[in-house]
Design a protein around this ligand. Structure first.
Ligand code: KG4
Ligand code: ZN
Length: 340
């Protein structure tokens, strides 16, 4: 089954064609991140406008690169939640037009479920159940993936998401947007033990909190300014990166130990972080658990992951009618029946 997936929930306009949820035939991304960098973060209005400009050409290119006519596509899938609402609606409306114009089923996909499905593209034999941390710009969850369309949230951030913390620290250190790769790059030449940053206290065994950590970085910068002292940006970036990835890895490994999980997974934009990946590799090895992570190119927002998840949503009968609406928020463990 060939599914054309569409993603437009943040600053990437993406379209992909995936066969049977596992094999990527094409994956095209037009990003407005460079333009958003001028403003220090995503300006929703700009994201929506770029989606409108780019979406038709991106879809045409995805079909061309898959070497398939629209007729050969069996279903059209789209991220319908959660995300920047104006941005989400561009993809939802485009997908509706395409699906109903071509007489194809329309499959609504939850963005975070899509991030989890990026794992199926790299690991053809991976099947639920497994434990997964989804760390992105808007969410940080530890979920048990019961089956392809059933999720149990074990823990989450109580304030900022991990990616958001990277983005805010990057802004504090004037390193640019998106913050994750910028902080990582600056950290390469830094000493991760130079600044002692706190492990924020949080209620809930598998919850995380990053607001205090972000503020601690800001305090270091402000106090240095007041005393007219220099800070070392590489050292502070490295200390922050070390601390946040240690918290993320420790929480996921703790949940894995408690639940006796034999397969541990990482997904989402922050999943591209090399330090986090190596900390988890080490931890999983010690536990004797299998660790699965998406390819770097499928960690951040893309449409291949949406088309992959759509295959399983389609098999589960989750198909939308013409009244499908976009939603800014929706938990990953939603039930499709709630939406009618
Ligand atoms: O999953 P994603 O592409 O979009 C959302 O669904 O939010 O995640 C984007 C987030 C941004 O906050 C970005 O700074 C972060 O992922 N990110 C990283 C890295 N690459 C992207 N964070 C840490 N290390 C990275 N290498
Ligand atoms: Zn995302």
């Amino acid at each position: 089954m060939y599914i054309l997936g569409i993603e437009s929930s943040c600053d990437e306009t993406a379209v992909a064609v995936v066969r049977d949820g596992r094999e990527v035939l094409s994956s095209v991304i037009a990003s407005s991140a460079a333009e958003q960098n001028l403003y220090g973060g995503v300006v929703p209005e700009i994201a929506s406008r770029r989606h409108i400009e780019n979406i038709s050409a991106t879809a045409r290119l995805a079909l061309e690169q898959a070497n398939l006519p629209l007729d050969a596509i069996d279903a059209v899938a789209v991220t319908f939640a959660p995300g920047l609402i104006g941005a989400v609606l561009v993809g939802v409306n485009f997908a509706k037009g395409l699906a109903f114009g071509a007489g194809k089923p329309l499959v609504p996909v939850h963005h975070l479920r899509g991030h989890v499905a990026a794992l199926y593209l790299a690991h053809p034999d991976l099947k639920p159940p497994f434990l997964c941390m989804v760390a992105s710009g808007g969410h940080s969850h530890i979920v048990r993936v019961e089956d392809y369309t059933h999720f149990q949230v074990l823990g989450r951030t109580v304030d900022d998401a991990a990616g958001e913390a990277f983005d805010k620290v990057s802004r504090t250190l004037r390193l640019g947007y998106p913050g994750g790769p910028a902080v990582s790059k600056a950290a390469l030449s830094g000493n991760p033990k130079a600044y002692k940053l706190p492990v924020p206290h949080v209620e809930g065994r598998y919850n995380v909190s990053f607001s205090g950590l972000k503020t601690a970085v800001l305090n270091v910068v402000n106090q240095a300014k007041m005393k007219d002292e220099e800070i070392s940006v590489p050292d502070l970036a490295a200390s922050f990166e070390w601390r946040i990835t240690e918290i993320l890895a420790d929480k996921l490994l703790l949940a894995a130990k408690d639940t006796g999980a034999d397969t541990i997974c990482l997904a989402g934009g922050v999943g591209a972080n090399h330090l986090l990946r190596s900390q988890l590799e080490e931890g999983a090895k010690k536990m004797g658990a299998r660790l699965c992570m998406p390819e770097l190119k499928y960690c951040g927002d893309n449409a291949a992951m949406i088309a992959a998840q759509a295959y399983y949503e389609y098999l589960a009968g989750n198909i939308a009618g013409p009244r499908l609406n976009g939603l800014a928020t929706l938990p990953i463990d939603y039930s499709p029946a709630e939406l009618d």
